[in-house]
Design a protein around this ligand. Structure first.
Ligand SMILES: [Zn+2]
Length: 393
């Protein structure tokens, strides 16, 4: 009998786990950990953040039931919802528990710089490599690492405590594509895509450099570094086709991303609903927006770039700035602290290609008739000026 009971319990447990709907490589959410946010937010504030920032265009409706004094969130099939009680008013709201400090000034501010992607030996695999003729290849992962190192010096000079989440092309994750084959098959099956050696190779590589790597970085940030702010550093691109004969474009633009704009489809995943709740409840958004506003302004001034406008509904314009968009990326959703995510310059723009060839240099050089700093120093100045404006010296 004990054996039967154990077997039955195991079977139930397996079904229980199987009933969860999770994105690739996600750990099942621990909903009760959100209990620390009980009575920390009013209904108005919660509703505003949910319906305007995190799950706009009614994406929230199927999974969140908002009552006067609480909200019930769907946790998964056959399980009770997670109930969060609202504070009756902001005066009686309990303090928000979080590892980051929203009141620090730049002196003493703990900043983690996240140079996007891996670069180096992984650049071609992660499709962040292109070469125009005999030029030096343009490698986003290497370029953002260079920016991060310059930026670290400049911010430390102003008293900030800065760490680099990556300081080489060495991945933060121990997983490699070879170890992700079965996860790749599972992911392909869930997406209804065909399963063959080529698709398995492609998907296992993607799960490595995108999913596993970003999950490992988020773990490092949330469990070890616990910074007040993450700056995610990128260069943007328009689709360039063949990396050895890339399409060049006249387009060049700038935008910044904050976490938000989950779609109804994304919210059908248990882990994404949990992560939305954590981000919303720890009130990252206010900080992400105020820092993004200041940095967008200074970046626009430094780079002279026009704003990028999303045509798809994956992003929503927020904060009254044409440069700032809310978008749900793994690389801003998983970091519990505020993340300012920068997307300046189009790497396959003709002028940007030329500036990348010039590399870094002191002073200014003539770029299409205008004296300009190196693209790296211009990027760094844009970020630093914005942080100084937002946090004070
Ligand atoms: Zn990027």
């Amino acid at each position: 009998m004990p054996f039967v009971r154990t077997a039955l319990a195991l079977l139930l447990l397996a079904n229980f786990a199987a009933g969860q709907k999770l994105t690739p490589l996600a750990t099942p959410p621990n909903w009760s950990s959100l209990d620390r946010f009980q009575n920390t937010i009013t209904k108005d504030e919660f509703t505003r953040l949910l319906t305007q920032v995190y799950a706009p265009r009614d994406a929230w409706q199927e999974y969140f039931s908002i009552a006067d004094d609480h909200v019930d969130v769907v946790t998964g099939p056959g399980r009770p919802p997670f109930r969060l009680n609202f504070a009756p008013d902001s005066a009686s709201a309990k303090p928000v528990p979080r590892y980051w400090n929203p009141t620090r000034s730049l002196r003493g501010l703990r900043i983690a710089l996240d140079p996007g992607h891996l670069g180096g030996q992984w650049a071609r695999m992660e499709e962040r490599w292109m070469q125009v003729g005999d030029n030096e290849p343009v490698i986003e992962g290497n370029m953002v690492l260079y920016v991060a190192r310059l930026l670290k010096k400049e911010l430390e000079r102003r008293g900030a405590r800065v760490s680099l989440i990556r300081d080489s092309d060495r991945p933060a994750t121990n997983l490699r594509p070879e170890k992700l084959k079965s996860a790749a098959v599972k992911s392909l099956r869930e997406q209804g895509r065909s399963i063959n050696p080529a698709s398995i190779k492609y998907e296992s590589e993607r799960l490595f450099y995108r999913t596993a790597e970003i999950r490992a970085r988020a773990k490092k940030v949330n469990e070890r570094l616990k910074p007040d702010l993450v700056l995610a550093l990128h260069f943007n691109a328009e689709s360039w086709g063949n990396p050895r004969r890339p399409t060049l474009t006249k387009l060049n633009h700038l935008h910044l991303l904050v976490s938000g704009c989950y779609s109804a489809r994304e919210l059908s995943y248990d882990d994404q609903r949990y992560e939305l709740m954590l981000k919303l409840l720890n009130r990252s958004y206010d900080k992400e927006l105020s820092v993004s506003r200041a940095v967008a302004q200074s970046m626009a001034r430094a780079t002279r770039l026009p704003p990028y406008t999303y045509k798809s509904d994956t992003a929503i314009n927020v904060g009254g700035s044409p440069y700032i968009w809310a978008r749900n990326l793994l690389a801003n959703r998983l970091f519990e602290c505020p993340v300012v995510y920068l997307e300046p310059y189009v790497m396959n723009n003709k002028e940007v290609v030329d500036r990348v060839q010039l590399g870094d240099y002191p002073g200014r050089r003539n770029i299409n008739g205008t004296p300009r700093e190196s693209i790296y120093r211009e990027y760094v100045r844009g970020v630093v000026d914005g942080l100084v404006a937002n946090y004070g010296q």
